[in-house]
Design a protein around this ligand. Structure first.
Ligand SMILES: NC(=O)c1ccc[n+]([C@@H]2O[C@H](COP(=O)([O-])OP(=O)(O)OC[C@H]3O[C@@H](n4cnc5c(N)ncnc54)[C@H](OP(=O)(O)O)[C@@H]3O)[C@@H](O)[C@H]2O)c1
Length: 271
């Protein structure tokens, strides 16, 4: 597999995902972008969605410049069931089938228990669990027709270690459970389902990276949650996702794989 720990992925060598037809939600930034870039470098046929059309155009152009593509995209909100389902169908039609899906888009709304309202809880659920369930349901007929496939659900360290924003942790825990349940339900069709739980990822310009430059002392305290002193990189998580999409992981289903460098608490505030 190609790529350095934190640099750009480079094509090279035989790839286990070459030719696979894969849809990744939320592929324009952060982890999703690194998954798309790695899979593109390894010769997969890719589709992705996000709400911001300009970002999709930019990513498509960037991949084309690097000699990959074409990337099939749709600007949509994953919490709108009809739009997501239509995109899965369009992707399967475009690629004449589907071999894998990655439920990567996700996130949280609201703050702690006393500040978060009912809408924060339901939106957080929809963004993570609802979108995953609908994505997999829409993909199943196509994966089945392909003789099986691989589903990767991006959960979080917050889904199995307590942290603030309980609505986020509870939704991520539900995604881990969903992967285990669906692995049993879809296993007879040769469809594997696994959950990957990234630790706190160091993504340029995002929360932990900003803390690193703006609050170095707080960041140093946080780094102590990592035995090696370093946060996990999104490229490291992307490699595990690529492995789970590949036939090299044919024996792995219903698993929950943390990729967190043995991180302890999910946030600097504990717990
Ligand atoms: N960042 C971390 O440290 C961390 C740690 C553990 C787990 N995770 C999980 O890893 C996944 C990726 O996180 P990230 O931090 O890399 O994300 P991110 O940088 O915030 O990127 C999110 C991606 O998803 C898209 N997206 C967000 N909401 C969407 C919506 N409602 N409909 C369609 N697309 C949407 C975004 O594009 P648009 O904004 O244009 O829609 C973007 O492409 C999430 O499931 C997250 O919970 C993250």
């Amino acid at each position: 597999m190609s790529g350095s720990r934190s640099g750009q992925f480079r094509p090279g060598g035989r790839s286990d995902v070459e030719g696979k037809r894969v849809l990744v939600t939320g592929g324009t930034r952060g982890l999703g972008e690194q998954i798309v870039r790695l899979l593109a470098a390894e010769g997969a046929r890719l589709a992705t969605c996000a709400r911001t059309a300009d970002d999709l155009r930019e990513l498509t152009a960037s991949l084309a410049t690097e000699g990959y593509g074409p990337l099939f995209t749709r600007a949509l909100d994953i919490t709108e069931p009809d739009r997501l389902e239509e995109f899965v169908l369009a992707t399967a039609e475009r690629f004449s089938g589907l071999d894998g899906v990655v439920a990567c888009a996700g996130g949280a709304r609201g703050r702690g228990l006393e500040e978060a309202d009912a809408r924060d809880w339901s939106l957080t659920w929809e963004m993570n669990v609802g979108h995953t369930a609908r994505l997999v349901k829409a993909a199943v007929p196509h994966l089945r027709r392909a003789g099986g496939g691989s589903v990767v659900v991006i959960a979080s360290i917050s889904g199995w270690k307590p942290g603030p924003q309980a609505q986020y942790g509870a939704a991520k825990a539900a995604q881990i459970h969903l992967a285990g349940s669906l692995a049993r339900e879809l296993g007879p069709d040769g469809i594997r389902v696994n959950a990957v739980s990234p630790g706190s990822m160091l993504i340029p310009g995002k929360r932990w990276d900003r803390m690193r430059t703006e609050e170095p002392e707080a960041f140093a305290r946080f780094a102590a949650e990592f035995p090696h002193g370093e946060l996990v990189a999104p490229q490291e998580v992307a490699r595990v996702v690529a492995f789970l999409l590949s036939d090299a992981s044919s024996g792995v289903s219903g698993a929950h794989l943390p990729v967190d460098r043995a991180q302890n608490a999910p946030t600097p505030g504990g717990y």
